[in-house]
Write a protein that binds this ligand. Structure first.
Ligand code: S5P
Length: 452
């Protein structure tokens, strides 16, 4: 014979209880979350559940059975099928037309109805439901509940004269899960704390510092960027979206001392020339100790990207330390980026972009697993194993009228736990680009320190 515990563990496998940190409807933070609806999707379990519930009850007392909508409806139906107790259905809202009835089915005044509820917390929803049934001339004496969250509901109903039969209590369930190794002592303690009415404090997961990131990010380019960040006390990348070599080099000269990397869109230069553009840029990178990040956002099949990376006018593979790449063409499309670090485009900053949660999740999986990738561009948090680059940063504007959306350095470091901010027009369009770079550098570093 299966024990009650074995039965519960079968139910648990359907995902009916989750542990972690949840905000309840009331705004209270709870260390667990219960949703018994999945039980109805497993017919064998639902049937067993019905029999467990029926076994606890003085069945002769009841003429009818009714579930509190919606989660308990399939439970009450299954119990009716197993016991031949006639089912009535309680509406959530009265019908707008016709009879305006709250109860559907066949019943007569004076009958006694067994009420079925999936979870009882404070008891409020039962206290609202019972009068609606009683208004139809039907009496309620007993309530059967699958799980008691032990937050006072059972006691309130009992004090009003109802008999409340519960199959499981949350403490009993936690005990069983602890015995099976699904919960740690700490978690059980926190749950008990919560159940005794205390506000539970969740340990905030701390963002990682650059020193800590150095321990876990082993790509050589990631290591270099992190070391430069620590040496210069900077997390600033300037986006040099200028159209002539002269402007590019002048900007690099001005902002070089304050940045970890200079980001280029090399194909917007009107006068690109490997000797005139790249050689002096490389010298400045060495002089001021920054890396060169070509924001090419590759987005093609591996073979084409390989050609775009190493051939053509720009021969990016000859000079870039890191490049950006979409991951839309899949894992193998990234194999061609040898000898550089790749920053994957996971989420974009522009209004109406298509990088929704599902896309970002899939892109993150590729970024995490590909050895050439050490970071991601995103407007959302990404896993600690990757360095997060956040563009769309501007202290003076919230947008550019062309779809770009801006946030502050505080937002990037505190909300997104970003590692590097990318600033374009906020710096190269400023009257004094050097001064502006310094402003963003200080704002970025202060925001990073504040976020630790
Ligand atoms: O989602 C993105 C990704 C990138 S790399 N949003 C972006 O704005 N970028 C780049 O960051 C963009 O191509 C530009 O070079 C820079 C932002 O420039 P700004 O002038 O708007 O600061």
């Amino acid at each position: 014979m299966e024990t009650k515990k074995e039965f519960f563990l079968e139910c648990y496998k359907l995902g009916i209880i989750k542990f972690g940190r949840f905000t309840l409807k009331s705004g209270i933070e709870s260390p667990f979350y219960v949703d018994l609806r999945p039980l109805a999707s497993d017919p064998k379990i639902l049937k067993k559940l019905a029999n467990y519930l029926l076994d606890m009850l003085p069945l002769d007392n009841f003429d009818l059975i009714c579930g509190v909508p919606y989660a308990a409806l399939p439970m009450a139906t299954a119990m009716s099928l197993e016991s031949y107790l006639p089912l009535i259905i309680k509406r959530k809202e009265a019908k707008q037309y016709g009879t305006k009835k709250m109860l559907e089915g066949i019943f007569t005044k004076g009958q006694n109805c067994l009420l079925v509820e999936d979870v009882i917390t404070s008891g409020t929803s039962l206290l609202e439901t019972i009068p609606e049934i009683e208004n139809e001339g039907i009496s309620v004496s007993d309530i059967v509940v699958v799980l008691d969250r032990q937050q006072g509901g059972k006691e309130i109903l009992e004090s009003k004269g109802f008999r409340v039969h519960t199959l499981f209590t949350i403490s009993e369930v936690c005990e069983m899960l602890k015995e099976e190794g699904h919960l740690t002592d700490d978690e059980v303690e926190r749950i008990n704390d919560f159940l005794s009415g205390n506000v539970v404090r969740f340990e905030e997961e701390k963002r990682l510092s650059y020193e800590e990131k150095l321990e876990i990010c082993d790509h050589t380019v990631a290591q270099k960027l992190l070391q430069i960040a620590l040496e210069k006390k900077s997390n600033l990348i300037v986006s040099a979206d200028v159209t002539t070599t002269k402007e590019l080099l002048e900007l690099a000269e001005k902002v070089g001392p304050h940045i970890v990397a200079l980001k280029t869109h090399i194909d917007i230069l009107l006068d690109f020339d490997a000797d005139q553009t790249i050689l002096p840029l490389k010298d400045l990178a060495q002089k001021y100790n920054f890396l060169i990040m070509e924001d090419r956002k590759f987005a093609d099949i591996g073979n084409t990207q390989e050609l775009q990376f190493a051939y053509g006018t720009y021969k990016i593979s000859n000079w870039a330390d890191l490049v950006t790449a979409q991951v839309i063409a899949g894992y193998e499309s990234l194999d061609c980026f040898r000898n550089v670090g790749v920053v994957a485009i996971i989420g974009m900053s522009s209004h109406g972009n298509l990088t929704d949660q599902n896309y970002r999740d899939e892109a993150t999986k590729i970024a995490l697993s590909h050895p050439n990738v050490f970071g991601g561009v995103s407007q959302n948090k990404i896993p600690n194993e990757l360095l997060l680059f956040t563009p769309g940063v501007n202290l003076a504007h919230t947008g550019d009228g062309k779809g770009q959306q801006y946030n502050t350095p505080e937002h990037a470091f505190t909300k997104l736990e970003s590692d590097f901010i990318i600033v374009g027009r906020g710096i190269y369009k400023a009257d004094d680009a050097e001064q502006s770079a310094l402003t963003y550098k200080i704002a970025g570093w202060n925001a990073y320190e504040a976020s630790l």
